[in-house]
Ligand binder design. Sequence first.
Ligand code: GDP
Ligand code: MG
Length: 441
Amino acid sequence: LGGSISRALAQMSNATVIDEKVLNDCLNEISRALLQADVQFKMVRDMQTNIKRIVNLEALAAGTNKRRIMQQAVFTELCNMLDPGKPSFTPKKGKPSVVMFVGLQGSGKTTTCTKYAYYHQRKGFKPALVCADTFRAGAFDQLKQNATKAKIPFYGSYMESDPVKIAVEGVERFKKENCDLIIVDTSGRHKQEAALFEEMRQVSEATKPDLVIFVMDSSIGQAAFDQAQAFKQSASVGAVIITKMDGHAKGGGALSAVAATKSPVIFIGTGEHIDEFEVFDVKPFVSCLLGMGDWSGFMDKIHEVVPTDQQPELLQKLSEGSFTLRLMYEQFQNILKMGPIGQVFSMLPGFSAELMPKGHEKESQAKIKRYMTMMDSMTDAELDSTNPKLMTESRIIRTARGSGRPVRDVMDMLEEYKRLAKIWGKMKGLKIPKKGEMSAL
Ligand code: GDP
Ligand code: MG
């Protein structure tokens, strides 16, 4: 996706005359890419119309930075589409809330229930889990195992077959035990959809949840809108969680889910483990959708910033999944060498949005230099390590002393490294183009 969008924008940038046709061609190209990322057809069409309304042809024709103007317009438009205009219900500590999870079988409900409970437990809540899935054999065992591992109280039954009864019993029990976040996991099926939606309606009516969360697998594609809408009709969905964002799906279905439920996305699942769960943040998500969707988009950026002779080595290391502090250092050097940090949008993936917010180029540059000073006080072993646990407290303190910076700054720098390592780590397994093939990508 990122590839074809950047290609479309580059083509437009190269056009000497910008007229209606050039703009339309560019928008068509972007639309094709969004459709491939599972954004619904109708939404793509709306986006086209809106962009034509926002982007002024004259400004585009005269502007030196056509690419930037268009990219900004598409970015803003996608952000708007992910904003339903009202926040979702958020549980308050000490006040009992009931949160019900709905979604098809396999979407990740049970896993996400535990992640959601664990997330709030760490924030000081007293969560509890209720297994109202009596449909799938083993459902209760799965929830029990997850809950036990995270030390979260749970309720369920091997005998009872009425999900409504279990849900009500569980909610009542945990209200008595003063739990302030009671989470109801429900069943989902592939077949008998009418029966499933009737069951959701009954569980919801009986437990009166403060919030119903629709859980959606990021890879369901164009089916997202209808699926979300069907659940919305049986229980009043107030928030969305997108799972399996660690896979290959581009997540465009999120836009459909927001449109169908008129509710915001609140979290994303990024792995099977309990803490692979992130608060949803619109801007980085859209950045990813636009710039990181495929290898060629990534390659474009590597070509723009990394000197040709360094490219094969960098790609080799990334394909091995080793984004080390030394690689980060070298990329900082590359960016600083480019002179004043102006073209924020064409920077390396992950380096732009957070490390170099627009309008703060001077501060960003100073921050990068500060990070490099601290890395100068690190040993070769530390710089080349791929094990984040290597940087123990004593090593952090030593680095801080050596560079004359506060410990907090070193920790900041390591956090930044972890964030970038996560983004760049997605390049693991990347097929390295042979010499001469590079520019064809
Ligand atoms: P349910 O049927 O909706 O309750 O779905 P489950 O919670 O049982 O999840 C189905 C499968 O998806 C399990 O193998 C989970 O480990 C897996 N899963 C759930 N969330 C994620 C995620 O964010 N990333 C990955 N990679 N796997 C996930
Ligand atoms: Mg389940």
